[in-house]
Ligand binder design. Structure first.
Ligand SMILES: *Cc1c(COP(=O)(O)O)cnc(C)c1O
Length: 234
């Protein structure tokens, strides 16, 4: 059901003030961390309606993240604002074609998915920007390539002309101690270095969510993916 204009305006006001605070905190974290990077704020709108996407855009955030293809596509059809859609969740190989609708695919986590995405891109005569999702902590529940698989995947990606390897992405364990977060984020930074050493441009590092983004930025994040802190609980 469409929401009223008054409700939409109060969402915009709330999101705008949170965006201002988050940007200040990001700037302070960049200064503390000393990596000097530019940070893109990706507003994660999963489970929220299309009005959340519009509110983010009106608050000056043009990058929006969704973790499920179907939910993202339904919002794409409802939102007129020219946002960049990021696919931040796991992508099934049989939905590889859907990746063409996203500005960046954060969850490339296997050689088979790379092949499927490459085929879709080559078919459409485009390149798909991707981040390699790495599982630094080795947690079984988290998807992502482990340390051992990364070198092989980096090599295989040179055989994928349809993919543009933009860097690495990771998720830290939920509610971990700061020392663990730092280890995980530094591990993702090392993964990006490995990609660069293998010859990929890989300038980006997508890491940090509502609970840990300041530490992630201190450790060099170029993209933070924030849902709860901008839009409230899900
Ligand atoms: C949901 C989600 C986020 C945002 O999480 P918050 O804690 O709400 O900020 C970030 N990244 C991924 C991959 C997600 O699925």
């Amino acid at each position: 059901m469409p929401i009223s204009d008054a409700t939409a305006q109060s969402i915009v006001a709330a999101v705008s003030s949170r965006v201002v605070e988050v940007r200040e905190r990001i700037a302070a974290a960049v200064a503390r961390g000393g990596h000097g990077q530019q940070v893109t704020l990706v507003a994660v709108t999963k489970t929220h309606g299309p009005e959340a996407v519009s509110a983010a855009f009106q608050a000056g955030v043009a990058d929006v993240g969704e973790n499920r293809v179907q939910e993202a596509e339904s919002k794409m059809s409802l939102v007129a604002d020219p946002v960049r859609w990021h696919l931040i969740g796991h992508l099934q190989r049989n939905k590889a074609k859907a990746a063409l609708r996203f500005a960046l695919v954060h969850g490339l986590d296997s050689e088979r998915l790379a092949q499927a995405l490459n085929a879709a891109a080559v078919d459409a005569n485009v390149t798909i920007p991707v981040l390699v999702q790495v599982n630094v902590s080795g947690e079984g529940s988290k998807s992502g390539v482990g340390r051992s698989g990364l070198q092989a995947l980096a090599g295989q990606l040179h055989l994928c002309p349809g993919l543009s390897v933009m860097g690495a992405m990771t998720m830290a364990p939920f509610d971990a101690a700061e020392s663990v977060l730092r280890e995980v984020f530094a591990g993702a930074r090392a993964a990006r270095e490995l990609l660069q050493g293998s010859g990929h441009a890989a300038p980006w590092l997508s890491m940090g969510m509502s609970g840990d983004y300041e530490v992630a930025v201190e450790e060099g994040a170029t993209h933070v993916r924030l849902g709860t802190i901008l839009f409230g609980g899900r």
